[in-house]
Design a protein around this ligand. Sequence first.
Ligand SMILES: NC(=O)c1ccc[n+]([C@@H]2O[C@H](COP(=O)([O-])OP(=O)(O)OC[C@H]3O[C@@H](n4cnc5c(N)ncnc54)[C@H](OP(=O)(O)O)[C@@H]3O)[C@@H](O)[C@H]2O)c1
Length: 301
Amino acid sequence: MTNSSTRASVSVLGLGPMGRALASAFLTAGHPLTVWNRTPGRAGDLPERGATVASSAEDAVRAGEVVVVCLLDYDAVRAVLPATGWAGRTLVNLSSGEPAQARALAGWAAGWGIRYLDGAILTPTPAIGTPAAAVLYSGARDAYDAVREAMTALGGTGRHLDADPGRAAAYEVALLDLFATSVHGAAHAFALASAEGVAPGDLAPFAVGISDLLSEMIPRWAEQLRTGRFPGERSTVASAGATLTRLVQAASAHGLDTGALAAAKRTADRAVAAGHGRDGLARLVAATAATRGVPAPPSRD
Ligand SMILES: NC(=O)c1ccc[n+]([C@@H]2O[C@H](COP(=O)([O-])OP(=O)(O)OC[C@H]3O[C@@H](n4cnc5c(N)ncnc54)[C@H](OP(=O)(O)O)[C@@H]3O)[C@@H](O)[C@H]2O)c1
């Protein structure tokens, strides 16, 4: 452990699995640590490792130069945070939420003169404190500079994106969209395979091969979206639409919920109706909005 006298004092509010992982990383890095949780008794081994358990959120805020909040959602954050007692402190909210909620909380903090940084944790609890951790931050640069050194305790990649406090949450919702729909896809694929009598272990190696395709596809799509060119040499929107029709039929035949597949089919149909049937699959991005076009992604050029 590093000498704690050289480290900023940190308070962690919220001791769910992620809050405990964050607290553990701060302790390991040698930060004097205070923790608080709405329900007592959730601190695990943190007290015996040197953490102080505060009896109120206000006490926890008073104890830390860096106040990290990691709760279920922004409503919980609003319910917990005191409005006063923040002089010389920086609030870092690592709870998941929507960009508009992050901007609203930043507005609340500004109204009380609280230095505020929003953040999005992109990796699961075992990654925290290791090189695999990834945390994005957004908000005023001076807030990031005030906590930057302390946040290196979380390990891996920490990146300040933008002065817009909602930017980290914008990345997070987009990435969770990818994760959630992929998880649903995996569950649905296992269910369909099972309904056809295919054992999970037999499907798994081929399913891994399918998921690996995304690693190649994602940067290729990003480049196509940047340039506005969607070559249909590998596969076309029209072909994907026909595949989806078959998938909906196969899943329906076994009584599976086809809601996600039907939504994907509607997206392909809109792209075809817009005259893009012979284009590559990145064309689907613009056809995703049900009632209006999705704005073109911002270009880095
Ligand atoms: N776990 C992960 O791998 C992971 C990864 C990335 C991001 N995150 C994000 O990190 C945040 C925390 O996640 P988590 O895994 O630690 O568990 P969680 O179940 O999302 O949150 C649990 C924490 O929220 C508190 N809480 C819930 N409702 C509350 C309320 N109304 N008032 C006060 N406190 C309230 C709980 O307190 P009580 O103990 O009193 O219920 C507990 O401290 C979430 O936003 C999550 O999306 C988690």
